[in-house]
Write a protein that binds this ligand. Structure first.
Ligand code: PEP
Ligand code: MG
Length: 568
């Protein structure tokens, strides 16, 4: 059941200069800008000008400042983020690092900043040479050094800005690690120069419920820290200068609430599930009426972990999610590492084409015990809760991989093992794959990237990497056919499921569940529940008959009477 409310919808848009980007996370916010500093650059190798003792004292005092600030921040966080911050805090005052920096001041005659930077680079190279867990410390050394140099020189600290007041985060782009340390109470909205609708930034922003606009390119270069901006994550605009903040914040799109069960106007059931990354997200999804979890992105639990999280840490993290959905379906995706989601403990070698490299399920060939331990932790957490736990592997591309994953999951005691369909080969082999796997979940973000050969992390390719493309829709249809042959359910957990008009098409193609960020449940079910199943099939046929994404989208929207272009 869906309730509509149109409060505030008639308010006109505010004025001021308006920049257009790509809308990736709905909602509006007004606040002062805090720019994220880019990656730290080596300071120039300037010579020491004053007394060496004072220079050494400055290095030590700056290192202590950095340690104290990081420890304070660690105290406000939990889990992996806390561990990372504590590790960097310890590294900032590492005696070997400081001794080497002092030596470079006294004997090398270097100024404090270049001396510290040089000492850190030497130490990082040494640790890298030692390999194993020692090599894992290099990122902490480099991060600590960048912070100490910023402290010495007064330059902005790299990474997510630290502010006492809430702000609008303006960045080139965010890494998964940046995203993992976002303080949702502080970040009112996210605006990035790069990125597209399916990049990590977009996905995390949607999951955290933070309005976000990406792919603004150089339009916001003149905006500086403290400038007041209005961000409209529904329309993809950023307002700067002469606009009325009160009016801007008041006028927004209708709110939809979803109370389930999901389905079409004539009662064809379609499970409305949520994509989450942790227990907090799961509780929010339960509150938003989600019928279960269709995608638990476990790699967020691993993001930026220096060491693989222990069985107990993993069990606790998964258990928190299961606890939010007693008796309900929770689909856990095993570690999706590589390409845009690098994992520090997996020791991946640099690749020329990482999206085509060792990523997703393929990383199990680098380190199979990591996957086995993860499956064990999921199974243990499952026995302690009543949630109906399913597991699936990311980026499976062959029948043999599907078979292998199902075997490993069964050995761990997990009965319902499926695969994600994210590459065309998996869609085309859906029949034999689903003869082995219990279900398929289509990851349209990657399926679109691989079908169109358009990197999902490159904003300029957004027009090509479009899930409305009839080639992508044909692969969805093909997967559903494979599912029907083997009597296996096929769902969609990519961002396409969160587009109300596209969701209707997916249902018409044969998809039986849709998984999305919790905030999309209302708008998607609002449209689906007003459309009969035969109409979903007719619209899917119209979309498949088109020659390009733009035509498919336009023809479906024009035929969906319930859809109001300005609203959804
Ligand atoms: C997808 O590719 O559609 C998907 C759901 O996985 P991710 O976005 O995490 O790669
Ligand atoms: Mg994917």
């Amino acid at each position: 059941m869906v309730e509509w409310s149109r409060a505030g919808f008639e308010c006109p848009l505010s004025n001021g200069t308006r920049f257009q980007g790509i809308a990736v996370s709905r909602g509006r916010a007004v606040g002062p800008v805090a720019r994220m500093a880019g990656p730290a650059q080596p300071p120039p190798p300037t010579r020491l000008t004053g007394p060496a003792d004072a220079a050494c004292d400055l290095i030590s005092a700056s290192a202590r400042e950095v340690r104290d600030a990081l420890r304070w921040k660690a105290g406000l966080t939990a889990g992996v983020a806390r561990e990372v911050l504590e590790m960097t805090a310890t590294m900032a005052v590492d005696p070997a690092l400081l001794k080497a920096a002092h030596h470079l001041v006294r004997e090398g005659n270097l100024a404090p900043a270049p001396a510290l930077w040089q000492a850190a680079s030497d130490l990082a190279s040494k640790l890298e040479g030692l390999g194993g867990t020692m090599a894992e410390r290099t990122t902490d050394v480099r991060d600590a050094a960048a912070r100490i140099v910023a402290q010495i020189t007064g330059a902005p600290v790299p990474g997510i800005p630290e502010r006492n007041e809430p702000y609008v985060l303006v960045a080139e782009d965010l890494t998964p690690a940046d995203a993992a340390t976002l303080d949702r109470a502080k970040v009112l909205a996210i605006v990035t120069a790069l990125g597209g609708p399916t990049t990590h930034t977009a996905i995390i922003a949607r999951e955290l419920g933070i309005p976000a606009v990406v792919a603004l390119e150089r339009q916001l270069d003149a905006v500086v820290d403290g400038d007041l901006v209005g961000v409209d994550g529904t329309r993809g605009t950023v307002h700067v200068g002469d606009f009325d903040p009160a009016q801007f914040a008041a006028s927004d799109f209708p709110e939809f609430t979803f109370t389930g069960p999901g389905g079409t106007a004539d009662g064809h059931l379609v499970a409305m599930l949520a994509n989450v990354a942790d227990g907090e997200g799961a509780r929010a999804a339960a509150a938003a009426g989600a019928e279960g979890i269709g995608l638990l992105r476990t790699e967020i639990c691993f993001a930026d972990a220096v060491r693989e999280p222990s069985l107990e840490q993993q069990e606790e993290a998964y258990g928190e999610v299961f606890a939010a959905f007693p008796g309900r379906k929770v689909v856990v995706r095993t570690l999706d590492a590589g390409a845009d989601k690098p994992m520090r403990f997996l020791h991946q070698v640099p690749e020329t084409n990482p999206a085509l490299g060792v990523r997703g399920f393929r990383t199990a060939n680098l380190d199979r015990p990591v996957l086995v331990r993860q499956l064990t932790a999921i199974a243990r957490a499952a026995t302690a809760h009543t949630a109906d736990v399913w597991v699936m592997a990311p980026m499976v591309s062959t029948v043999a991989e599907a078979e292998e994953f199902v075997r490993l999951a069964h050995e761990a005691g997990l009965a319902t093992a499926g695969v994600m369909v994210e590459v065309p080969s998996a869609a085309l082999n859906a029949g034999p794959i689903l003869a082995r796997a219990a279900f398929a979940s289509i990851g349209t973000n990657d399926l679109t990237q691989y079908t169109l050969a358009a990197d999902r992390t490159i904003g300029q390719l957004g027009a090509i990497a479009n899930s409305w493309d009839p080639a992508v829709l044909r692969l969805v249809e093909f997967t559903c056919r494979g599912g029907a042959q083997q009597d296996r359910p096929v769902g969609v957990c990519g961002e396409a499921a969160a587009d109300p008009a596209l969701a209707v098409v997916l249902v018409g193609l044969g998809v039986s569940s849709l998984s999305m960020s919790a905030r999309a449940l209302g708008p998607v079910s609002a449209v689906l529940s007003r459309t009969a199943f035969a109409e979903c099939e007719r619209l899917a046929g119209l979309a498949l008959g088109c020659e390009c994404a733009a035509d498919a989208r336009a023809v479906v929207r024009a035929n969906l009477a319930v859809l109001d272009e300005s609203v959804l």
